[in-house]
Design a protein. Structure first.
Length: 94
């Protein structure tokens, strides 16, 4: 998700020599040796679409890095979960 805070966090990671690596299922930062580097606190991923394994129904979700783990929320629309993610981003950045 492109937000002013995400842009700043992304630029900070690049300025520190990290690369954003996109794979088939996962996107993450790596250092110059190819090692995984944690996302910065407040970083938003999504909205992404998923399918409930039990019901087969689609849903949307966003995640926000909170420092001691990811906060995640699912909902029926990308707008719903994006609004939540932007609010949660502000909370964890305080």
């Amino acid at each position: 998700m492109i937000t002013p805070i995400n842009e700043r966090l992304h630029r900070h990671m690049l300025d520190n020599g990290y690369t954003l690596k996109k794979g088939n299922k996962y996107t993450h930062y790596i250092d110059s040796d190819g090692n995984y580097v944690s996302y910065p606190i407040g970083y938003i991923t999504g909205p992404s679409r998923g399918t409930d394994a039990l019901t087969g129904k689609p849903y949307w979700y966003c995640s926000v890095q909170g420092g001691n783990g990811w906060r995640q929320r699912s909902g029926t629309t990308p707008e719903e979960v994006s609004k939540w993610a932007i609010q949660k981003q502000k909370e964890v950045m305080e």
